[in-house]
Design a protein around this ligand. Sequence first.
Ligand SMILES: Nc1nc2c(ncn2[C@@H]2O[C@H](COP(=O)(O)OP(=O)(O)O)[C@@H](O)[C@H]2O)c(=O)[nH]1
Ligand SMILES: [Mg+2]
Length: 327
Amino acid sequence: MPANLPPEYFEVEKRLREVKSIEEKIEVYEELLSVIPKHKGTEKLIGEIKSKIAKLRESLEKKPATKRSTSYIIKKSGAGQIAIIGPPNSGKSRLLSVLTRAKPLVSEFPFTTKEPMAGMMPYENIQIQLIDTPSISEIFYEPYIHEIVKNADATILMIDLQSSIVLEELDAVLRKLEEKRVFLASSELIDRPLSFHFCKAFIAGNKFETEEAEENLSILKEFFGNRFEFIPISIERGINLELLKERCFQILGIIRVYTKEPGKKPDLSSPFTLKKGSRVEDLASLIHKDFASNLSYARIWGKGRFDGQRVHRSHLLEDGDIVEFHI
Ligand SMILES: Nc1nc2c(ncn2[C@@H]2O[C@H](COP(=O)(O)OP(=O)(O)O)[C@@H](O)[C@H]2O)c(=O)[nH]1
Ligand SMILES: [Mg+2]
């Protein structure tokens, strides 16, 4: 069967000859995977590329960590990881310090944050991991920030609405990432060059305290309103911080589900978190890999169903569902 590869494949493939480091090669191969249509005719090619990536990764692990780009990735923890990026002095570190127990340096001097720092943000009955990062500007870019963004589940792009050059600052951040072929937007449906890596994001417009901030917000929305959702906040005055936390949960696209044993009450304090669109069998295999194959049916308690309704293993789960497994 012919592979019928799209033109973008060859565009990306050309870059294989240009890149030198192993990390970059892995990146290009991963990009190739994302542009190859998946059907019978491409199965072999996909397999070959995957094994090339695996070999490159192996050799990377054997190599001493000389390049900083891989070592700054922070291991995921909790229900999801969200990177906080943006221009200098927008309040990224202060946001981490008010939403989590982490204690990053907050200062009026730009470029105070030298390294990424993680903290856990409680949201209802789950924890979301936030990563504070060094600032990005026209003249300064830590070479690993796009790696953090790509690795995270979503990104908060934080800007200072009181800055007189906020439009240029936002533009510089987006451009620096686009140079690395990382494209931020609030929806995957926004047009972007095909070889770019899409990363889900929203913009937090901080220091929303003055008339100037309001004016800046409406100008920014004129330019970027189609591409991004804007959430005006003020850490100083505590404006919209609850809304920001809710958006963090929503952008992760996850649901919380609980399990119970027959005749017993569920433990509602410790949910399982799964991607939206997960099914009863996905929850079962999360608990134990053999569990899913032995499952015969489940009972479910949740919105829009009668209590204890018997459902098939392929039943779509919703946020808040309680599941009782029957083997
Ligand atoms: N007026 C005002 N200042 C803020 C707010 N959030 C942070 N700042 C100040 O902005 C400066 C930069 O904050 P920081 O968190 O270090 O910014 P970062 O460079 O983005 O990490 C500090 O002086 C903060 O106190 C806010 O909501 N309103
Ligand atoms: Mg900082």
